[in-house]
Design a protein around this ligand. Structure first.
Ligand SMILES: Cc1cc2nc3c(=O)[nH]c(=O)nc-3n(C[C@H](O)[C@H](O)[C@H](O)COP(=O)(O)O)c2cc1C
Length: 175
């Protein structure tokens, strides 16, 4: 139980670093013919129980794909200058530079007051700018994602000291 908790904490840390460095998560989905699509989504919020929600306001192919196939892969990569400078200087990554999470997205639902407060807090510094108001004043609906497994992004030479497990399934979503 502690291992799963610790593992999710490490994954969230990588995801947070990736989001802060790039401003978004990449969400991959497939259409009914199996054609892949990747959508940038900045408003993903991760919960303790290996689920997440994101504000689905502007997506088109992603929303369409989820109607026929709810399976998604979410990726974040830390391309922050400081992280890379430190890592290249010492010749190893202190933690993986990125991670993929695999899961299933839910249907569109109205956001709760708590979720609206969370997104307002995240975009607050930009809401005073004209574009910030245009983009982020009207968020109203979210989708949940339940994750079932994860895979680290590897850059082998600089990660030999880190665990070498590939795909990690999440067995107990209640923990
Ligand atoms: C950095 C970034 C973050 C974004 N975040 C969101 C978001 O949180 N929610 C949303 O609905 N659209 C968001 N968008 C807009 C969608 O990614 C955009 O409308 C995209 O073209 C939809 O792609 P799709 O056709 O693959 O769904 C974001 C765009 C960018 C560039």
């Amino acid at each position: 139980m502690t291992d799963l908790y610790e593992q999710w904490r490490e994954i969230r840390d990588i995801l947070d670093r990736g989001r802060k460095a790039t401003g978004h998560f990449a969400i991959a989905s497939v259409d009914s013919d199996g054609v892949p699509n990747i959508t940038p989504v900045g408003t993903v919020f991760l919960r303790e129980d290996r689920t997440a929600f994101y504000f689905d306001q502007y997506t088109s192919a992603l929303a369409r794909n989820l109607d026929t196939n709810p399976r998604v892969c979410l990726m974040a990569v830390d391309r922050g200058t400081l992280f890379w400078f430190r890592s290249l200087l010492v010749g190893r990554f202190a933690a993986a530079p990125g991670v993929r999470l695999y899961g299933t997205a839910g249907t569109l639902r109205p956001a709760t007051d708590l979720e609206l407060a969370q997104v307002r807090r995240r975009v607050r510094p930009m809401r005073f700018l004209r574009g910030g108001r245009l983009l982020w004043s009207n968020f109203s609906h979210v989708r949940d994602i339940t994750f079932t497994s994860s895979r680290l992004v590897r850059y082998p030479m600089m990660m030999a000291h880190l665990p070498q497990t590939d795909s990690v399934p999440f067995h107990d979503p209640e923990v």
